[in-house]
Structures are given as C-alpha cells and as structure tokens.
Design a protein around this ligand. Structure first.
Ligand SMILES: [Mn+2]
Length: 422
C-alpha cells in the first residue's frame, strides 16, 4: 500500500466513525451535474457581434491567449474538462451562436441549428447544456434597456430573442436527454436617480410573460430569472432587482429564482438565502461566483462562503433541487487555470459538505448545545478532507496536488501563446 492509499484508508476510517461512507459520498458527487460557463474562455465576447460589453458587466485584465473562435473555445473547454473532476454541463450564452458561412441571424431570429456545434461538443464530451438569452453587447440595447425599453420596437426585438431561446433550450434538452436551465438576466437600469421605478418593471414583467407564452415542456426547459442589485454604469436602479425576480418566480408556475452570489449587497450572504428559498420553491438555481467588494466575478475559491453555500444545499438534502452553475470571468490570469480552479473549488465545497455529520450537528443545535456545536464544527475543519479529495480526483482520472497546473502551463506554451487573436 502506498502513501496515498494509506492516507485515504485513514481518512475513510475517521469519517466512518462519524457515520459517513466516503466511497458512497464520492459516487454520489460524481453524478451531480455542475454547469461550466463558456464565457470564462473569451472574456464574455461571444461570436455573434462586435459590440462592446455593456449591461453593467466588465472584464478586467489582458492576459494573452483568449479564445477568439469556436474552435479555440471548444479546445479550451475540453482542456478544462480534463482538469476537473465530476459531472458537467456546459452553460452557453446566445451570443455564442455559430453561424454557417453567409447564414448570420440576428438575435431575434436565432435557431437551434445555430447551436448544433455545441450539441455536438456536449455529446462528444458526455456533458449536458444549459442556456442563456443574451440581453447585452448588441446594437439593439437602447439607452441601456432591452425588455424594459419604452421603445416598443426595441422591446419586441428582445421578446423575440427570449422566445427564440426557449426553442433552443428545448432543442438542447431533446438532443441531450436532460433538462436545460434557461436563465433570464437583463442589465436594464439607470445610472442616476430615476423618476419612475415602477413602469420599467411592469414592462419587464409583461415582456417575460410574453416570452413564456412559447410552448415548452416544463420537465425539459427550466426558465429562471436572475436578480441583480446594480451594475457598472447602472448604479442607481436595476429593474430586475431581487424582489422583482423573486416575486416573478413566485407568481409564475415553473419559473425558478436564480441567485448569483455576486448580485447582492456585500454583507448579504446567499448561503443564508438558499434555505429561505427552499422553504417555498421546489427548485431553485444558483450562479456561483466570488464578489470582491462588488460583483467583480473573481474566480471561485474554496473559501468560507463558498463552503457555507454548499453546506446549505447538502444538509437540506437539496442536491437535486438546486441547479448549480458557475459564473465568473478573470482576464488577468491564465483563463484555463482560472476556469479549472473555480470548478475544482465548487467540487471541493460540495465534497466537504457531504463529509459532514449534519444530523449530529443539527441535534446539538436543537438541544441548545451551542458550545459543543462550535467546538465540533471547528474540529471538523481539520479532518483529513484532502485525502478524500485526492482519492476523488484519482477516481475521476484527474490530476491532484500541484501537478495539474503543469498541464495548464504546457497548454499555454503549446496553444494559447501561439494565438494571434482577432
Ligand atoms: Mn450571474
């Protein structure tokens, strides 16, 4: 028996004494799909438009090697899949349509066939697909507004876009035989103090309702509405606020609320919101990111709040009720490494949460034994989690320790640094 095997055997025994079967935990985690966002690879540029990024989101950094074609982005995604354990879906934005030569379609007219290469990629890699309409980075965003615009031609255009996306999500679900999460997020809002906060929201509600008139199978397409507190250049008012989207989801059957943990005031925590939402919704959705002082979309780490979010999902037995997707983008470091660190971190957070004796801890709380609860929670932090993580990676054929980053550097040298960009 080598050191790795000895370490895992020791860890298995320690967790076993807490009533946790580490082998069973690893098998379960391998079957929980996590959605990997396609937009970390090219700084949210997409393929369908040269319009600058707007909607209050921003990438920072200019590290070399960004993907600038579908071929490059697909190669990068495959590399990330190799570097990360667990089951994946790929999360695609509508701006990543791939048109055949001379077959460009505007966003209001995109068709399933414009995303066939993504379906082929998912089939080839054994992943699934989730989808997002793209209500930003386009010439039809007028005065920063889309679905809330007072200009009916603008609003119509974006309603048609939303409808087209429902059809594409249905196509993904049919092709890949698994549900497609379809997330609606708009950056509509105002830089300065508005004179009317209600009318844009009424228009947003009406727009969403008209989009959702398109027939779809609710077991296949899972529409979500994502809230946001503010964006760059949209500091004073965001139409799709937390209360707006929560109210919309609560009042429209089959629509899920989506919480992005960068989209709240900095002292609010999504870990606490998860059980609150699970009280009322059968299913919810998450965007997992790392906000630093604002919605900065830093790479997800295995930090306190990330661990806490995972714990709330696991201990409330909600792994099959919460659709989990990553949403971050960092252009200041190697993008493949950034992608893989974020994905690995969320896997670690789930594994960590699954290795905790939640029933025992819950009983301590119910019995008012708060001192013992604190002591136990602290001791659990130094349990041999790393040995189980190593074993999990090994069983997924993924490198552990510091070795995997060598592959990132090799790929950077052989592929990324040879790119000329566009
Ligand atoms: Mn998000």
């Amino acid at each position: 028996m080598n050191n790795r095997e000895t370490s895992y055997r020791y860890a298995k025994e320690r967790y076993g004494k807490l009533g946790i079967d580490t082998d069973a935990v690893m098998s379960e985690l391998k079957n929980i799909p996590i959605s990997l966002h396609c937009w970390q690879g090219d700084d949210v540029k997409g393929f369908d438009s040269d319009s600058p990024l707007d909607g209050g989101i921003q990438t920072t950094g200019n590290y070399p090697g960004a993907a600038s074609s579908p071929e490059e982005l697909f190669a990068d995604i495959k590399k990330v899949l190799e570097l990360t354990p667990g089951k994946k879906k790929i999360n695609v934005h509508a701006s990543y349509a791939i048109f055949k030569e001379n077959e460009y379609r505007n966003r209001n007219a995109i068709k399933p066939e414009d995303f066939k290469p993504w379906v082929d990629l998912a089939k080839e890699t054994g992943t699934g697909l989730d989808f997002n309409p793209t209500f930003f980075g386009h010439e039809m965003v007028k005065d920063g507004l889309t679905l809330t615009s007072p200009d009916e031609s603008v609003r119509e255009f974006w309603i048609e876009h939303g409808r087209a996306c429902i059809r594409i999500a249905g196509y993904f679900a049919d092709e890949l035989k698994m549900p497609c999460v379809l997330n609606f997020w708009i950056g509509d809002g105002f830089k300065d103090i508005p004179a009317d906060r209600l009318t844009p929201r009424l228009r947003y509600k009406d727009s969403l309702e008209r989009i959702l008139e398109v027939k779809y199978d609710p077991d296949k397409v899972k529409p979500c509405v994502e809230s946001k507190v503010f964006g760059i250049g949209v500091e004073s008012y965001t139409a799709g606020s937390s209360e707006f989207t929560l109210g919309f989801a609560a009042s429209h059957k089959g629509v899920l609320p989506l919480m992005d943990n960068g989209h709240y005031h900095p002292t609010e925590v999504v870990s606490d919101k998860i059980p609150a939402m699970l009280t009322y919704f059968d299913e919810i959705a998450l965007h997992i990111t790392r906000p630093v002082r604002w919605d900065s979309d830093h790479v997800v780490l295995f930090d306190d709040e990330t661990r806490e979010m995972a714990k709330e999902i696991v201990r409330n037995d909600a792994l099959h009720r919460v659709y989990m997707a990553l949403d971050f983008f960092d252009a200041s470091i190697n993008r493949i490494g950034a992608w893989a660190v974020g994905f690995r971190s969320w896997q670690k957070a789930l594994l960590n949460a699954m290795l905790m004796p939640h029933d025992m801890l819950r009983t301590l709380q119910e019995n008012g034994e708060f001192g013992k609860l604190m002591a136990y929670q602290e001791e659990l932090k130094t349990y041999p989690f790393g040995a189980v993580w190593d074993e999990y990676c090994r069983s997924c054929n993924v490198k552990t320790d510091l070795e995997w980053y060598d592959d990132v550097l090799k790929y950077e040298k052989e592929v990324l640094l040879k790119r000329t960009g566009r």
